[in-house]
Design a protein around this ligand. Structure first.
Ligand code: SER
Length: 604
């Protein structure tokens, strides 16, 4: 190994620090909602407000190595260089230096620090259009530094203009991309076929508005070099999984599967998918926002990725324990220094992986059988039709209802069914899937309405779970916030719970997190829920809490959950807390003066 991941990271940061930049560290992978993007797809994304002119607390020269996610590439993962998670080495000038310094520094780090040959470097610049002029300025600076004039190419907007797709009001501008021959010792490489892009410097001087652009007051520089790709390239490799980010992981997968990476083909592809997806899983669960597998939003993307990894474990005929061992390598050896939070959350991350594997493994095998039945059904039908009509065009679409059944009963994300179908040369009726989904939602709504009329009396299984969760939440609020917090009301549907309690200010994010954690801890402990009738006096003596005291008669019904919660209540409740799933607070807001309202859900 010529350069390790840890060395590359350090060299990048040290170099830019020596040029007056402050290392601002990496932030969450999850987008903050300001750009409508679920995950950060580039290192500059979290810096959006500052690129638009807000002063950054760390100053005008920043650098970091930032985790990014691009799920659009998920189908390509398994080849030598595509990932769902990757890192971007970045540095920024917020209205400070511009092209002169930037071209010089990129040239310096590439040739002096990384030892690339200036005569082999190629650069592309913007050829100009109605929004911005041809970037002769950058080209001139590059030639001044020693890049061969014939190695500079002017390209149109598709190539040399950077902006976040589908966004409004975001900073953008022409860019200067850097290329190097994939085989640096090869003879007479031809641009672009024999070259790889190693990174780019964006001259962000516009703001995108509608279909046009307006100049930004501050001229910014936004540099992004792909960390994983650079590491592969600087080591003269062609396969990213041979860098030290992955070698220990691949060795572990080889050891546990008894198969060889070098055998190539499907085995190698499955190994790479497991390696990539587990890394992304670790980064998402270990993210400061703590994404957990669920059926919506970022949680769904995580679930898709985790279930895909689980499926590939099955393909390699290995226990999903493997995922835990791989995760441990990332947490303890590969990203221990760059992401210390992973280490702190290690047990939690491993536990979540284990739980998701348990959830999905129980249904994966039966679900696969169900899938095979669908395929066999299609084949039978096609054969039958062919007998009566030799010109019959075979049907190749798996029905939407079947796909929904796989989703609803066996936990197959639609994308997984599509992938399985594609392996057989089939497709899935997506529209039909969505219809079945809506129909199902409509049905649950009708059932729920009926239940709402009867209150908890007609208790659906989900409502009963929420009811028990209400007790846990009540106790957790008393523990985390104040023993004086009392329930002021609650409302339960099959989809969520609402809980009102007295408290005189908004909860902080840390308090919300602590309450969630405590409830989830009590769920994990799988505490028994015990019903007992006793006199009101006795109940008071034993510190059972009651909501509306006046409603209780002489003999009261009580429920205790381990030692954690004791409430007077008519029930019904679940038998033990382990069945509740994962508790998540979605919103904490004011309900009325001195009363706060929490909306929360239980996720599978
Ligand atoms: N925004 C540019 C990129 O994503 C440079 O950081 O490549």
């Amino acid at each position: 190994m010529k350069i390790t991941g840890k060395e590359l990271r350090q060299k990048w940061l040290d170099f830019y620090k020596s040029k007056g930049h402050v290392d601002i560290g990496a932030v969450s992978l999850v987008g903050d909602g300001s750009t409508g993007v679920m995950f950060n797809v580039a290192g500059m994304q979290p810096l959006m407000p500052y690129l638009l002119g807000a002063p950054h607390p760390a100053g005008k020269r920043l650098c970091n190595v930032q985790g990014c996610m691009r799920t659009v590439d998920i189908d390509s993962v398994g080849d030598a260089s595509h990932f769902t998670f990757f890192e971007m080495m970045g540095n920024w000038s917020l209205g400070d230096y511009f092209k002169k310094e930037k071209t010089a520094w990129t040239f310096e780090i590439l040739t002096k620090v990384f030892g690339l040959d200036k005569d082999k470097l190629c650069a592309t610049v913007f050829e100009g259009n109605e929004s911005a002029p041809r970037d002769e300025e950058t080209a001139g600076l590059l030639i001044g530094l020693g890049i061969l004039p014939e190695h500079i190419y002017y390209l149109p907007k598709e190539d040399n203009w950077w902006e976040l797709e589908g966004t409004e009001g975001t900073p953008c501008g022409p860019d200067n991309e850097w290329f190097y021959p994939l085989d640096p010792d090869g003879k007479d490489p031809v641009f672009p076929d024999d070259y790889v892009e190693i990174g780019n410097d964006v001259y962000m001087q516009y703001k995108k508005l509608g279909t046009g652009y307006v100049p930004l007051e501050n001229k910014n520089v936004d540099t992004g070099f792909g960390f994983d790709r650079m590491l592969l390239f600087l080591n003269g490799l062609h396969d990213a999984y041979q860098t030290d980010l992955f070698t220990a992981v691949i060795a572990e997968i080889e050891r546990e599967t008894g198969k060889k990476y070098d055998d190539g083909g499907e085995v190698r592809r499955a190994m790479r998918i497991i390696a990539d997806h587990t890394r992304t899983t670790v980064m998402l669960i270990g993210d400061p926002t703590g994404v957990l597998p669920s059926n919506t939003g970022a949680g769904y993307i995580l679930r898709r990725i985790m279930r895909r990894a689980i499926r590939y474990c099955r393909q390699l005929d290995v226990s999903t324990e493997l995922l835990l061992h791989v995760a441990k390598i990332y947490i303890e050896q590969v990203y221990d220094e760059a992401y210390p939070l992973l280490r702190q959350k290690e047990d939690f991350i491993l536990d979540e992986i284990k739980k998701e594997a348990e959830r999905f493994e129980t249904t994966l095998v039966t679900g696969m059988k169900e899938f095979e039945k669908c395929v066999a059904g299609l084949e039978r039908k096609n054969e039958f039709m062919k007998k009566s009509d030799p010109g019959h065009v075979p049907e190749t679409v798996i029905g939407g209802k079947a796909a929904f059944r796989l989703y609803d009963t066996y936990g197959f994300p639609l994308e997984l069914t599509e992938e399985l179908a594609a392996e057989r040369g089939l497709t899935v009726d997506k529209g039909g899937f969505e219809e079945a989904f809506k129909e199902h939602q409509e049905k649950s709504r009708v059932i729920q309405k009926g239940e709402a009329k009867g209150g908890l009396e007609s208790h659906s299984e989900m409502a009963v779970k929420y009811h028990t969760a209400t007790h846990l939440l009540n106790a957790a609020l008393k523990t985390v916030l104040s023993p004086d917090c009392n329930q002021k009301g609650s409302n339960i549907t099959d989809e969520r719970m609402r809980f009102d309690f007295n408290f005189d200010r908004a909860m902080t994010p840390e308090e919300i997190r602590a309450v969630e954690d405590l409830v989830n801890e009590k769920i994990r402990e799988d505490l028994p829920v015990i019903y007992k009738e006793m006199s009101l006096e006795e109940a008071r003596k034993e510190h059972f809490v009651g909501v509306f005291d006046s409603k209780y008669g002489e003999v009261v019904k009580t429920y205790s959950i381990g030692e954690f919660s004791k409430e007077m209540c008519g029930g019904p409740h679940v038998g033990h807390t382990g069945v509740l799933g994962h508790f998540k607070i979605q919103k904490e807001q004011s309900s009325s003066a001195g009363v706060r309202r929490i909306k929360a859900v239980l996720e599978p």
